[in-house]
Design a protein around this ligand. Structure first.
Ligand code: GMT
Length: 392
């Protein structure tokens, strides 16, 4: 049996950090020679280039007239089983317990026990859905029956255990960014279009759901702008966007705030910023903050969830209790008004993004989990992911 694996990946392909991480992981694994089959309802938005090791299988939902609700989950399970059989997959790596792991477990029952299921928890399964008793048993079942479970932060592992009383091992596998894409871009010319040379640029990127506390972003910005002339870039869209637009107008800040909508080249956009604002109520990891860190942009944020595992308070940004916009604004002003402190924090960000969240090492951590569930020995060169050089 060779080292190369055949892996089916299911994620939310259209938006969000979980889709980004699942897609980037698939691309890195394909570069290493593994055969990757994305089984999703549409082509993952970050898939990009053509690769001989990457395949896409579209999940089509039946619109049979008797169904009151189109049964996406059944179509997914059936497609996962079909692809697993046709392509002789070794395993399914699914992102989120609900519905993806439940579907994968159904596919496994159809295909046979040799098909392994690896489930990655990204947060809201546990921090939002599992609070609902009508569904928590199903989430627990998906976690307990998976052949391996990974979570993107220690905090999420702790919350999974506390909320669902799950005792099985859960591997901590942090998110990563591809260092060939996320680095400080030269955006001097572009920056002139957004701000005057003496102004600072603050930034927020999210799906504008209530857990992101986007109104706090506006409050922080208003307080910073009173002391340091600044601009605010909002990237993304979602349910709380209209509230944000109203609040910005109410505060008379409309000419200082740019609503950029959804953007593809996130590294380019982030490189425009001096600070990333992430005042979330819940955040199992906060991928956007890692993307910012890798582009040399420090985060001002809350201490929610896994954020403190990513942003070291005082070293790669500043964290405050959730909702404390006064302290967040004061931290931002301090950091932006002290060039020496700012340069030190930026340097720390670049180093931490590159070494602690090194894409090569984290990809190998996943590979080792795959070999483990398949009962195969890890190829000699993969044995020590911590010894991988993250310099390249
Ligand atoms: O934050 C979101 O609302 C999107 C969600 C997703 O599916 O991408 O993000 C979750 O997974 C990301 C990737 O692991 C994490 O960086 C985010 O912190 C996590 N969001 C929450 O926990 C709210």
């Amino acid at each position: 049996m060779g080292d190369k694996l055949k892996i089916g990946i299911t994620c939310y392909p259209t938006l969000g950090g979980s889709g980004v991480v699942a897609t980037e992981l698939g691309k890195l694994l394909a570069e290493k020679g593994h055969e990757i089959h994305f089984i999703t309802h549409s082509i993952p938005f970050r898939l990009g280039r053509f690769d001989k090791n990457i395949f896409f299988h579209e999940v089509e939902v039946s619109d049979y007239y008797v169904f009151r609700y189109p049964p996406y989950d059944l179509s997914l399970a059936s497609k996962q089983a079909q692809v697993a059989k046709m392509q002789n997959l070794d395993l399914l790596h699914v992102h989120y317990a609900i519905p993806h792991a439940v579907c994968a477990l159904m596919a496994k029952q159809m295909v046979g026990d040799h098909l392994k299921v690896v489930t990655t928890l990204h947060g809201t399964d546990i921090t939002v859905l599992a609070q609902d008793e009508s569904i928590s048993d199903l989430i627990r079942y998906a976690i307990n029956q998976s052949d391996a479970v990974t979570a993107v932060s220690e905090d999420l592992i702790r919350e999974t255990r506390d909320t669902l009383h799950v005792n099985r091992p859960i591997d901590l596998t942090y998110n990563f960014v591809d260092k060939r894409v996320y680095y400080p871009r030269d955006v001097k010319k572009l920056r002139e279009e957004f701000a005057h040379p003496d102004e600072k640029i603050l930034m927020h990127i999210s799906n504008f759901r209530p857990v992101k506390r986007v109104l706090d972003v506006v409050e922080i910005f208003a307080k910073v702008n009173e002391q340091l002339p600044s601009r605010l870039l909002f990237v993304g869209e979602g349910p709380d966007l209209p509230k944000v637009i109203s609040r910005v107008k109410e505060l008379g800040l409309a000419d200082r705030v740019c609503f950029c909508g959804k953007q593809d080249d996130v590294a380019e956009v982030i490189s425009l910023g001096d600070l990333m604002l992430l005042p979330s109520e819940k955040e199992s990891f906060g991928l956007v903050s890692l993307e910012a860190m890798a582009c040399g942009v420090p985060t001002i944020g809350s201490m929610a969830g896994g954020i403190p595992e990513l942003v070291t308070d005082g070293e790669t940004g500043f964290l405050s209790p959730m909702g404390d916009t006064d302290k967040m604004a004061a931290d931002a002003v301090r950091l932006l008004s002290d060039p020496e402190l700012y340069a030190r924090v930026v340097e720390n960000c670049l180093h931490r993004a590159r070494f602690t969240f090194c894409n090569d090492r984290i990809m190998r951590e996943y590979e080792n989990i795959y070999y483990r569930v398949l009962g195969r020995s890890v190829p000699e060169r993969e044995l020590h992911p911590d010894k991988i050089s993250c310099l390249g």
